[in-house]
Design a protein around this ligand. Sequence first.
Ligand SMILES: [Zn+2]
Length: 281
Amino acid sequence: MKISYALLITLLIACAPITVAEHNTLASLEHTTQITPCPNDATECLYFPFTTSDPTKRVLLVTATSGFYHTSIVTARDAIQHIADESQRFSIDRVDNIDNLDLINTTHLAHYDVIVFANTSGELPLNDAQKQALLDFVSNGKGFIGTHSATDTLYDWNDYGDLIGAYFDSHPWTQSGTIDIEDESHPLNAGLATSYSLHEEFYTFRANPRPNVHVLQSLNAASVGASGDYPLVWCKTYGAGRVYYNALGHFNTTWNDPRFQQQLHNALLWTSGLLDADCSP
Ligand SMILES: [Zn+2]
């Protein structure tokens, strides 16, 4: 991409007074309202401020399935790569199917900062050493992100349920619904409106994760003609590590939705240690 010298200088001046920490916040605010001192072309300013001296965090994107296969997985890979490209803070390596799951081992994971289970499913064939490597990876201070059917994964391994925060139970509502932001000032909700409407397959879980996680967003039950408490997005710590789960992501349209991509970018920043946030229950 060619950026003119004049534009470069303009952007540098516009963004120069901001500290790196604030840049991280800015980077998470593409779709929000006006927090930024950047000019109207906020998309440029948004991701631009990170210089080449800033660290690039390495992400291992796992979309292997042993159960239900979401056709949106292809879109998910593209969307996460797009987020990484725009952010210029993340490099993405992939495990696309169970044949490559052997890459989940202590030696290989040492190269990464975050593991993403995007729409994984079923009893992925991980041996005991691989399972321990994954738990150690997170508990020793790295990040884990799960989307949608990542909670429909590894039911037979209870430690995984403890890691991600819940197991999928059912999806009673595949329709448009309202999602309420529970904590508007939380950095992981940066860039989102107070509530938003989305056509999705909305999950319920075997046990409500709320007592053990920091709920960021939940389904507005009335919007689907129901009642009750249905957390959809949460974060938590795991040992010294950081865990983020987002139950959305069934449809291609969700993965292409800038509001969803915004959330995932926020999550990548936090789980990789580039952004601070309180995720205590
Ligand atoms: Zn689904």
